[in-house]
Design a protein around this ligand. Structure first.
Ligand code: AYL
Length: 545
């Protein structure tokens, strides 16, 4: 019989949200008067903190300054090279309030990595701190029509085109702030999607606001809907990733919570923050949860105040969860371990465990968030599958990106004409519509929650004159999740050691992309008839070499 594509389409059990025309900044600070004198964002290391009223004022002044002093126009792109500091929120919302489009980079990227991203989306201004000024200056030289650098924590040096954030805000420029259209793109984070090099993901105000509403449902998060409580949230995942930015920063600012964040993770500082701020909620990635459960310095007293832990961005194993519960000696009712699943391309959250969910669903990433549809599609015949059969997960909802920046072909491959986002993840669901992620068909490697594109590493290794062919795959690792491993084919007279390949990559790419999974030499890379690398075969091979 012909496959019926209409059956086995699942809807969210939590109903619908109203999609509105607010800008992201207006939505995030909609209730700011209610908690104007409460702390918004505190740096867990320096203690520097702004209350909500101050934060909101700085954002508007920053927006005016960007227009008046740097002559930036609505639609221009601005690049952020900033760790998790309170000023991150000032700059990103200031830029969005000014109608600019933000792209953010990991500050630990090499200049090459940043140049590729910032020139790809034509960045016209960069904001950074002293530590990353040299790299920002180098990157800015590669950018056309560059308007200037905003220096967080520094002073003006107009001869060099440098604008100190403090004086930009203090000057209180009076610029007409544009009316923001909710369908405009405001953020372009980078993701490699299902294949190839990192690409700009175009997210609109509507995408990001919708996703905040989609998870702010009382059954999903304990506090969803109960705004302005004195919740203290401790968080490490970077704001320069969509999970950190929308899932953590905007989500908690919307609710008036006190966010304590760290620009750099060390066990000592993290424990100090647990003791000093007594957070009720922790936002983590699996490797951080593993740290809490296994590190000898962490005691159950440190975790006394913690009631909720939100974990996402990569698969979490049962053993990580169990070790954590053992460490804090609490029951699953005393500390809620919530999981979320998502992608940069979906703003990011699409699946979430409810706050109170039946035990026995360990390992599930939850149910479809509000206004989201899902289907699991057979890898062999494209049918939408019934419960307990694994296939590719497709998602549809208002949080799905507008498309990839300047890349229609990749957009068409990822979001089909009916609006379904093809995730490249292999999943199944049970009778109660809880989803489980079991594998990936896409090439993506996840190292401690960070995206690593095999294509990017492969293209670097191919620059070595001795190399004839190469393939990079992710090898399982109990702490990092996965680690990249390279299989290299040398040219007939080419000679290289494993260390030479490792070092070459290490020079050009940031640390989490280094070949910690190893380097192995092969006579040939296994490819299928179409020339596609057979990555699963390499993963099996990788275990034995
Ligand atoms: P990107 N379990 C397994 N794999 C996951 C999970 C999870 N809970 N979350 C993300 N992934 C993988 O764009 C999956 O392969 O966004 C997915 O396609 O960097 C890919 O990571 C997307 O990687 C949250 C917290 C979503 C985090 C996120 C993840 C954003 C990561 C919702 O509440």
């Amino acid at each position: 019989t012909a496959p019926n594509f209409d059956c086995n389409v699942l809807n969210s059990p939590w109903g619908e949200i109203q999609v509105t025309n607010e800008s992201l900044t207006d939505h995030v600070f909609a209730d700011v008067e209610l908690w104007a004198d409460k702390p918004s964002l505190t740096c867990g290391i320096s203690g520097r903190s702004y209350d909500y009223g101050m934060m909101r004022m700085m954002i508007d002044r920053c927006a005016s300054g960007l227009i008046a002093a740097l002559s930036l126009q609505p639609g221009d792109r601005i690049g952020l090279i900033l760790p998790n500091l309170p000023e991150f929120a000032v700059l990103i919302h200031g830029a969005m309030r000014a109608g600019l489009v933000v792209t953010f980079a990991n500050p630990l990227y090499t200049a090459d990595e940043m140049k590729r991203q910032f020139s790809d989306c034509h960045v016209k201004a960069i904001a950074t701190i002293e530590m990353f000024m040299p790299v920002a200056q180098e990157v800015s030289k590669a950018l056309k029509d560059y308007k200037g650098t905003i220096w967080v924590g520094g002073d003006d040096d107009k001869t060099k085109g440098i604008f100190g954030l403090r004086s930009l805000v203090m000057a209180d420029h009076k610029a007409d702030l544009p009316t923001v259209n909710a369908d405009d793109v405001c953020l372009i984070p980078y993701s490699s999607g299902t294949t190839g090099m990192p690409k700009g993901v175009m997210l609109t105000h509507k995408n990001l606001v919708s996703n905040l509403k989609q998870v702010m449902c009382p059954k999903i998060m304990k506090y969803g809907g109960e705004k302005g409580q004195c919740e203290v949230v401790l968080t490490v995942p970077p704001f320069f990733h969509i999970y950190g930015f929308n899932g953590i920063l905007n989500y908690n600012l919307r609710l008036g919570y006190h966010i304590v964040s760290m620009p750099k993770f060390t066990p000592e500082d993290y424990i100090k923050c647990l003791v000093q701020y007594k957070p009720s909620t922790l936002f983590v990635v699996p490797s951080l949860l593993a740290f809490l459960g296994t590190h000898p310095m962490v005691t159950k007293e440190h975790l006394q105040s913690v009631e909720t832990i939100m974990v996402g961005a990569a698969p979490t194993t049962d053993s990580i969860l169990e070790k954590f519960l053992l460490k804090c000696q609490k029951t699953k009712d005393q500390v809620r371990l919530l999981q979320g699943y998502g992608m940069t391309e979906s703003s990011p959250v699409s699946l979430m465990t409810p706050y109170v969910y039946p035990h026995g669903k360990v390992g599930s990433v939850g149910q479809l968030v509000c206004s989201t549809q899902g289907r699991v599609v057979s890898l062999t015949d494209g049918r939408a599958l019934p419960p307990h059969q694994a296939g590719e997960l497709w998602l549809r909802g208002p949080q799905v990106m507008k498309g990839y920046w300047n890349n229609e072909a990749a957009t068409k491959e990822t979001v089909d004409s009916e609006g379904w986002l093809h995730t490249g993840d292999v999943a199944y669901y049970d009778e109660e519509h809880y989803f489980y992620i079991v594998d990936r068909t896409k090439e993506l490697i996840k190292v401690k929650g960070n995206q690593v594109s095999p294509t990017e590493i492969e293209s670097i290794i191919m620059e070595m004159p001795e190399v004839a062919d190469v393939a990079v795959v992710g090898m399982p690792d109990h702490l990092a999740g996965e680690l990249p491993k390279a299989f290299v084919v040398l040219k007939p007279r080419g000679q290289l050691t494993e260390k030479q390949v490792y070092d070459f990559v290490a020079q050009k790419l940031t640390k989490y992309k280094h070949l910690e999974g190893g380097v192995a030499f092969l006579d040939a890379i296994p490819r299928n008839a179409a020339g596609k690398i057979m990555r699963n075969e390499l993963k099996v091979l990788g275990k034995n070499r």
